[in-house]
Design a protein around this ligand. Structure first.
Ligand code: SF4
Length: 261
């Protein structure tokens, strides 16, 4: 058995009910949003569970991910493995080349390490803008958010409406990390081998590190920043008032709620 499965897979009371509820939510959403619903996958453990739920029942839910240009080789390989395993198409949405080239020329390839603003600007052009294209024309999207993931996600509902009027579903909102890995272990779901190297939350390579025993799961992401800055803007709700500037001259950091762990 792999390291992550040995460490985390554990059946806890109510798992069957939570799994059935998640599948019910996906089934109902696929019916309510025919041809216009997408699983916005980060390729993290939760999103691989959701991919399995979609593929198992051949639900008409598209699966899409963001190829930021900074992903680990293991993450890119997982896209191919999942495609083969499920016989599914997985859409890849990339940032605009000219925006990336301009940003790197101006701020350097390590800009994200130099300030929170530059890190958020990098996330804006590599994640938020492609996410807008991923969601264009869709009326509903599915995410792998769980309440347990962080304090900022403690109140994640199963179903919400984003500020563009789309339904945002989080079928695993009430799942524990043990649930996720119990599902992966028992259904033989393909997953990122970096999870076996103590990386529970995997993002871009320069912004992800392994965590030590006892550290918070999110501590491996943007570890040089203060905790309350640690969201890429994909799942941040507008708080009202003036939103921060982004690389696009408007408030995408706070206005788009989307993919990723
Ligand atoms: S996670 Fe890091 S490399 Fe990826 S888009 Fe955000 S700042 Fe850039």
């Amino acid at each position: 058995m792999s390291g992550a499965i040995t460490l985390y897979a554990h059946e806890t009371p109510g798992f069957g009910d939570r799994a059935a509820h998640a599948a019910d939510l996906l089934r109902a959403a696929a019916t309510q949003h025919p041809g216009r619903i997408v699983l916005a996958s980060s390729l993290g453990a939760e999103d691989m569970v959701l991919t399995d739920l979609v593929a198992r029942e051949r639900l008409p839910i598209a699966v899409a991910t963001l190829q930021t240009g900074k992903l680990h080789a293991q993450t890119l390989a997982l896209v191919q493995r999942a495609k083969l395993h499920y016989g599914l198409d997985i859409e890849l949405h990339e940032p605009r080349t000219e925006a990336v080239v301009h940003f790197v020329q101006r701020h350097g390839d390590d800009a994200m390490r130099r300030s929170v603003e530059l890190r958020k600007a990098c996330c804006a052009l590599r994640k938020l803008e492609p996410l807008e294209r991923l969601l264009a024309g869709r009326t509903a999207w599915v995410t792998g958010l769980r309440r347990e993931q962080s304090g900022a996600r403690a109140d994640v509902p199963f179903s919400d409406i984003d500020e563009h009027g789309r339904t945002k579903l989080s079928p695993l909102a009430d799942w524990s990390w043990h649930d996720v890995w119990h599902y992966i272990a028992t259904r033989e779901v393909p997953y990122n081998p970096l999870h076996d190297e103590f990386m529970p939350s995997i993002g871009c390579e320069p912004c992800t590190r392994a965590i030590a025993v006892g550290e918070d799961f999110r501590s491996g992401r943007w570890w040089w920043e203060h905790d309350d800055a640690k969201e890429c803007g994909l799942h941040v709700k507008p708080q009202g008032g003036e939103a921060p500037a982004s690389a696009f001259g408007r408030s995408q950091e706070e206005s788009v709620q989307g993919v990723t762990p």
